[in-house]
Each structure stands twice: as structure tokens, then as C-alpha cells.
Design a protein around this ligand. Structure first.
Ligand code: UDP
Length: 382
């Protein structure tokens, strides 16, 4: 009927920070390109599954960080269809009333999934009670595309790279439904970053000193304090010389880490930051990124042409992100904190040419237009 908004339902879950970030980026761009869109973002696993499945996202961070081997086993097991299919069928049956209610109340014209675990649960329900709705998936992993991303009844799947398309083809999806346009990141990244010196000042950094940015995803997770120590120790200047670089640490939600860094004495300037909104400007004002292999962080850093040292990854979904960066020459993988410190110091001093080459390679991986192109493609077909 005339005047009815175009209803879009985005399915995500708060396992890590990346899925919500992608959902919000898509929402903003959908409304920009089609103002009659009404977008609803739901944490489908937490809010629309039956207990105890609804508790899964809340335990994700603990399992991933405290018992990574258990997580890896779960990730691999759920990649096997004899395990995944019956499991999904059970969860779907027990959650059926809730999933149907979600579809009935939102009446979506278009459903966009940005999470691997929602597809097997929602697609059969949607096909049964709202067969005219389109269902598309926007994959928010860079390399290790878990099979649950690739439901065969997707109308379209948006993948990060041509390599990911090959994986989807091997899984039996048809080529005309597959698109490789990059990872959806916030609209800020499609614009030029703010002036470097001004950004550094705004974040309390030295405006004239090259900067190493240290990050551990949305949770500020990993051996971040030890990394900051190793880097600063390796960059201590000889005699009265001034240091070659400073360090900015994004502690994000990790208040304990920020307090610890604030209370420490540092031989070179080290600035601990809380949660950063202006990530696109901050990345634009730094010269090297030290991070875990989170897909969102890597995609953003590439857009800013930041070379990377990856100190770790979540086993399972993030392992292939390391290859994505290292194979392209955009960065290094170094899990040993002391070697990482020495490597970072060399890149900022005697190996500036190598740093510049890595920066170029990183920029070649960047897809600043990804969100705009993905949304244009989704709406074009709708
Ligand atoms: N992020 C941010 N501000 C912060 C810390 C992180 O905006 O203070 C963003 C970061 O830019 C990225 C996302 O949080 O977009 C983290 O996603 P990623 O996929 O790298 O890791 P996850 O947290 O999902 O494991």
C-alpha cells in the first residue's frame, strides 16, 4: 500500500563488537539511499531464541578468551553439516514461536543477515511464513568463511574478497548470487580523515611524533599492557635524543587496562584512550597499527593505509584474516610480545622504507566504498 515504509530487518548478535558495527553501518547507508526504509536491528540469538540458546552470545567472550581451544573445537564442529543441520533444526523447533513472532511483527520486505548463526534458524521460517521477503547475507569475516554464512536459499551473499567467492562456489552457491564488494564499515571511512596534527592533539598525543596505535577489538582484549611495554622499551632513545615514536593504546571498554596504563611510568610518550568513536580520524593520524586480527579493525586500517602487526587471532573465524593481511604484504604476524616490540621499533626507525611499502600494500586492500556499493546492490535488486 502507498505510504508503507520499506521494512528492513537486520539480524545480528553481540558476539564480539563487529556484527553490531556492521549492522549500524548498513542501517545508516540504507536510510541514506532510500529514505522510506524503516530499519530494525535485532540481536536475534539473545532476544529471539528460546532459553538456553539465548544465553550463548553472553558467554561467547568468556569462551573465546578463557578457553580458546574449546571455542576452536566448537567452531570446527559447527562447520560440519551432520552436526550443524540437526542442531539448527532443534534450536529452530524450540524457538519457533519467537522466530515467527519476529517476522510477523516486523513484516520485513528485506532481511539482511550479518551473523553466521542466524541463517539456518531464520531462512526456513521466513520462507514458510513470508515467502515474498528477500533474504540476503552480508559476511563480516575476511577469510575463514564459516559454512553457516552460506545458506543456499540466500537471494544474495555479499563477500569481502574474490577468494571468498571461490569458497562459496565450492559450497554450491550459484555465481550470480555472489558479490565481492568488501566489508561494510562506518561511513566515516569513506571520507578523508581529519588533519593529522589536529587529531593527535584532540586525542592528547604529541602532534609532531609518529604514532603506533595498539588495539584489541571492541573489548580491549589481549596482552595489551605487555605489548605497550615491549614497544616503549624497544624505542627508548640513546642518550638525550628524543624518541622516534609515541604509542596510543585503545583500551575501549577495558577500564582496568586503562587505569593500569595511566598509573604506569613510560620511557616514551604512551597515551591510554578509552572507547574511541572517531576511529577513522585516529587511524588516519597513526603510522603503524598493532592489533588482534579482528575483521572490522583490519578492513578499517586498510582503508587508512595503515601497516599492521597482528599479535593474535580468535581461533576459527579469525585465522584466515592473518593470511589476508600477511599474504598481501600489508602486515606481519608476531605473537611473541618482545619480538613484536623490536619489530615495531625497527619499522619506526631503520626500516621506514619497509613500513612505507607495507602501508601501500595495506591501502590496496582497502575498500572505502564497500558499504555504499553493498547497499546499492541490495536495494537495486529489491
Ligand atoms: N572500535 C571502536 N572504538 C574502540 C574500539 C573498537 O570503534 O574504542 C571498533 C573498531 O574500529 C572495529 C570494531 O570496534 O570496527 C571491532 O571489530 P573487530 O571485527 O575488529 O573485532 P571484534 O571486537 O568484533 O572481535
Amino acid at each position: 500500500p502507498a505510504g508503507r515504509p520499506f521494512q528492513v530487518l537486520i539480524l545480528m548478535s553481540r558476539t564480539g563488537g563487529g556484527h553490531l558495527a556492521s549492522a549500524r553501518a548498513l542501517e545508516a547507508e540504507l536510510v541514506r539511499q532510500r529514505p522510506d526504509c524503516k530499519v530494525t536491528i535485532v540481536d536475534m540469538l539473545t532476544d529471539h531464541l528460546a532459553f538456553p540458546f539465548s544465553r550463548m552470545p553472553a558467554t561467547y567472550d568468556t569462551v573465546v578468551n578463557r578457553t580458546p581451544r574449546v571455542w576452536h573445537a566448537m567452531w570446527r564442529m559447527t562447520a560440519l553439516s551432520p552436526v550443524a543441520r540437526p542442531t539448527a533444526a532443534v534450536v529452530r523447533r524450540l524457538s519457533r514461536a519467537r522466530l515467527e513472532a519476529l517476522v510477523r511483527t516486523t513484516q520485513p520486505d528485506l532481511v539482511i543477515s550479518v551473523h553466521p548463526l542466524v541463517n539456518d534458524l531464520m531462512v526456513p521460517v521466513l520462507r514458510r511464513i513470508a515467502p515474498h521477503s528477500r533474504y540476503v547475507t552480508v559476511v563480516t569475516d575476511l577469510g575463514g568463511i564459516h559454512p553457516s554464512w552460506l545458506h543456499r536459499q540466500n537471494d544474495a551473499v555479499y563477500l569481502p574478497t574474490p577468494k571468498a567467492i571461490d569458497i562459496a562456489l565450492r559450497r554450491g552457491l550459484s555465481r550470480e548470487r555472489l558479490h565481492a564488494l568488501g566489508l561494510p564499515v562506518r561511513a566515516d571511512f569513506a571520507r578523508a580523515p581529519a588533519d593529522r596534527a589536529e587529531t593527535r592533539r584532540a586525542f592528547g598525543l604529541d602532534p609532531d611524533l609518529p604514532a603506533i596505535l595498539v588495539m584489541g577489538g571492541g573489548g580491549g582484549i589481549g596482552p595489551i599492557a605487555a605489548i605497550a611495554e615491549a614497544i616503549s622499551a624497544a624505542l627508548v632513545p640513546a642518550g638525550n635524543a628524543s624518541p622516534a615514536a609515541q604509542v596510543a593504546v585503545v583500551c575501549a571498554g577495558n577500564a582496568k587496562l586503562k587505569a593500569e596504563l595511566d598509573a604506569s611510568w613510560w620511557p616514551i610518550p604512551v597515551t591510554a584512550l578509552g572507547y574511541v568513536d572517531r576511529m577513522s580520524d585516529l587511524m588516519g593520524a597513526c603510522d603503524l597499527l598493532v592489533t588482534k586480527a579482528g575483521p572490522g579493525t583490519i578492513a578499517e586500517a586498510s582503508i587508512r593505509g595503515l601497516p599492521m602487526i597482528l599479535y593474535g587471532y580468535i581461533p576459527g573465524q579469525e585465522a584466515a584474516n592473518v593470511d589476508h593481511v600477511v599474504d598481501a604484504g600489508a602486515g606481519l604476524f608476531e605473537p611473541d610480545v618482545h619480538r613484536l616490540g623490536a619489530e615495531a621499533a625497527r619499522l619506526m626507525t631503520t626500516e621506514r622504507e619497509r613500513l612505507a611499502a607495507m602501508a601501500e600494500a595495506s591501502r590496496r586492500l582497502g575498500r572505502p566504498e564497500a558499504t555504499r556499493e553493498i547497499v546499492a546492490s541490495i536495494l537495486g535488486a529489491a
